[in-house]
Design a protein around this ligand. Structure first.
Ligand SMILES: [Zn+2]
Length: 491
């Protein structure tokens, strides 16, 4: 049922702009886009947010390397991330940059509101600039950061700390009871075991010197810069008006779901909710954690030179084949593998032949009948789609089963399973065509074609959040009963 008053606030993580987007970024944004589109079609008032994390030390280093100012670097690279909107056909409603005034104001307010839990102390620790985080000796793998496989640097400074330890019990309860729901269950257990191992207070600032003067200054202490994660996590509230538009904030917060990658789970499911508890704000309702994409079975890395650029992929194959591959091939919460061979296999088998051929066959049949003025039940009603429930009970069941699985899979954020259900229906319809031979004239010819049109109309509806362009093209052909351009040209 539609509910036009219900708000639905959904976010992606915001991206570091020291490098360019790879298909891992594309995966997260496309997954989030599917959910945003689905909730819009349910009539909800959706706000889909993405953006860029620009106050990191990594940007300072990247700009130095290129010999440009940090501002030039973040402006240029943030634009590339924004442009994914067109490249990947993303329907985001807002794009926040952490160098924007609305964000800085909000972070200053958040810091002041958490003041009671903030104190200063001298600290020595191992810092990974890649992660922008301190590590304990015991968390390193052979002395290296587990994410970046690089040795962290030893840092000794007087900094501000946040009393994370104070929230250990409360966080544990909220996560156990799914008041902050972490999807999938395996990630929830990972978070709980980290909490059970004991939470220590976290360092949330650094010296202006170490930050190279880049970032948001600590309110009341211009010699200290707010830790980039304390700053970046705040984007989810500053984008909806925290510190700048309190009415808007009241309407939109809490977020319904944060989409993130597994590498930043701890920041989102422990630090962020603790900060919100300290500030007296509601917690996000859920956190969805996707896996990583490997390439030819190995980790994507600049040094190996196997990073897949989504913009190049789209230039070669088109937006929707990229959306389809990432949603279909990657189990939504686990790691998945990319190879050009797998990509082209899916393209040919599922899109060009599977969906593309089916649409062409059905529309051709409908055109023939229409030209003879004898399409079942729709004489003279060109603009109508399909008028009758399917006459074939097996087909009717198949459509209903597909719809049920599709809906359930979308609700559970199992995108690949929703697509499998649609393609199963396409496979059934192909067989139905072979069995009924609707190209031969018979009493049942019109009825069979009507059934196929109905199936196709349902397929177009189910495709809509995943492949919005293909869905629209199919719907248009169903209305006009006229074949238009090929959906997915042969490679
Ligand atoms: Zn690291």
């Amino acid at each position: 049922m539609s509910d036009s008053n219900k708000k639905f606030y959904i976010t992606t993580a915001i991206d570091y702009v020291n490098g360019l987007p790879h298909i891992g970024h594309a995966l997260e944004k496309i997954q989030t886009d599917v959910v945003a589109r689905h909730h819009r079609s349910l009539g909800e008032n959706v706000l889909f947010l993405t953006g860029t994390d620009e106050n990191s030390l990594k940007n300072v280093q990247a700009a130095e390397k290129e010999g440009i100012t940090v501002q030039e670097l973040v402006d240029r690279n943030s634009q590339v991330f924004y442009d994914l909107k067109h490249v990947l056909n993303l329907s985001f409603d807002d794009f926040i940059r952490t160098t924007e005034k609305r964000h800085i104001q909000g972070v200053e307010k958040l810091w002041k509101t958490c003041q009671k839990d903030i104190y200063k102390k001298t600290y020595e620790g191992l810092y990974c600039v890649g992660c922008e985080a301190f590590y304990k000796e015991s968390e390193l793998v052979n002395g290296l950061c587990p994410e970046h496989k690089k040795a962290p640097e030893l840092v000794k400074e007087e900094n501000y700390f946040f009393k994370l330890s104070k929230y250990q019990k409360q966080l544990k309860e909220l996560i156990e009871k799914d008041e902050l729901k972490i999807i999938p269950e395996t990630r929830k257990n990972e978070v709980l075991s980290f909490i059970n191992s004991g939470l220590e207070d976290i360092c949330i600032s650094r010296s202006k010197e170490r930050a190279h003067g880049w970032g948001i200054s600590v309110p009341g202490d211009p010699n200290q810069i707010v830790w980039v994660w304390f700053d970046a996590l705040g984007n989810y509230i500053t984008a909806v008006g925290y510190g700048s538009d309190e009415d808007k904030f009241k309407d939109l917060w809490p977020a319904d779901i944060h989409f993130i990658g597994k590498g930043i789970l701890r920041f989102h499911s422990i630090y962020w909710p603790a900060m919100l508890l300290s500030a007296g704000l509601a917690l996000p309702k859920s956190i969805f954690v996707h896996g990583y994409i490997t390439v030819d079975g190995g980790k994507m890395s600049k040094s190996i030179g196997n990073v897949i650029n989504p913009i190049e992929l789209v230039e070669k194959y088109g937006t929707e084949p990229v959306r389809y591959f990432l949603l279909r091939e990657m189990p939504s919460t686990q790691d998945g593998d990319f190879t050009y061979e797998k990509f082209e296999d899916r393209y040919i088998a599922d899109l060009s032949r599977g969906l593309g051929n089916f649409v062409a066959r059905v529309v051709t049949l409908a055109t023939k009948l229409k030209n003879r003025g004898s399409i079942y039940g729709s004489e003279g009603k060109e603009e109508n789609e399909v008028l009758f429930a399917p006459q074939n009970l097996k087909l009717k069941n198949e459509i209903e089963n597909a719809q049920e699985t599709w809906k359930k899979s979308l609700d559970e954020l199992k995108f690949n399973e929703a697509l499998v259900a649609i393609w199963k229906l396409i496979g059934f319809c192909d067989k139905y065509i072979e069995q009924t031979k609707p190209w031969e004239e018979s009493d049942k010819q019109g009825q069979v074609i009507n059934d196929l049109l109905l199936a196709l109309s349902n397929i177009a509806k189910m495709l809509k959040p995943f492949l919005p362009e293909a869905s629209e093209k199919i719907t248009k052909q169903l209305k006009t009963k006229r074949k238009s351009e090929v959906l997915f040209p042969q490679l």
